[in-house]
Design a protein around this ligand. Sequence first.
Ligand SMILES: C[S@@+](CC[C@H](N)C(=O)[O-])C[C@H]1O[C@@H](n2cnc3c(N)ncnc32)[C@H](O)[C@@H]1O
Length: 287
Amino acid sequence: MSNLKLSETRAEVSWTLEQNDFEEVAQIARQYFGLALNESKKSLIQARLTRRMEALGLSEFSQYLNRLNGSHGVAERQELLSVLTTNVTHFFREDHHFKTLREDILPGLMARARAGGRVRIWSAGCSTGQEPYSIAMTVLDMFPDAGSLDFKILATDIDPVVVKKAQSGSYTPAELEGLPAELSKAFVTTQAASSAQLLIKEDVKKMVTFKVLNLIEPLPVAGPFDAIFCRNVTIYFDRETQAHVWGELCAVLDDNAFLFIGHSERISGPLAGKMQKEGFTTYRKVP
Ligand SMILES: C[S@@+](CC[C@H](N)C(=O)[O-])C[C@H]1O[C@@H](n2cnc3c(N)ncnc32)[C@H](O)[C@@H]1O
């Protein structure tokens, strides 16, 4: 029998997500995405599932579970991921990381690139693109010739919807929150089809390659990377998955290269000896 029930009046929608249904969703989330759904988030998850079921015109939770496990399974599980995670991001989020990038990392990397060397930075869990574009703008602001060198930024996310949005480089003024005025002037154009949308300039976009990538699957990238931003992504992972992801990222980081993580994340366990803490949520790979 279905366990999620919609109340009579739409204005006062109220559902009851039964424990066994919650556990089934949690199991799918863990199996496919490495997410660890927390019981404390149950009412939030319930509210978000409500919206998804309403969009599909479903009134019984059993119908939704059938959809997740049936012929629409692959696509619906992707939707479920969007339902369960947040894509919240903004330009120059946790600005201290960009200060470290500017002051401690980029001068050395640019010297190498100008000498004909290769430089790679990865934004892993890039959401709608504000993070990788913040990196590219920081680079181009300091070194306008970087775009003509072998200096590239990889930006990946598990969610194809956010990757597509990121690729478009098209944002509303509200989505440009956090972008300093001088960088906006230099790297954003108002030459968009609609005045409500502003476009990231081509020289910035050209530095960034976007791809869909699930961090809990074997990584299809070899590196070595000179810096990895993986911020506010592992917050939903269980400890084991988190440790696995840190280990994989460490493996593709160059010696002495930097890993930036989110404000509520910490590297612990066996990897702690390999990743030396350099500052708040900033780590460096020990050779
Ligand atoms: C809160 S956003 C963080 C965006 C950006 N890194 C920042 O700090 O502003 C988290 C992103 O992680 C992505 N994500 C969640 N699980 C993932 C996984 N298994 N592999 C890759 N990306 C994942 C989500 O789709 C979402 O876009």
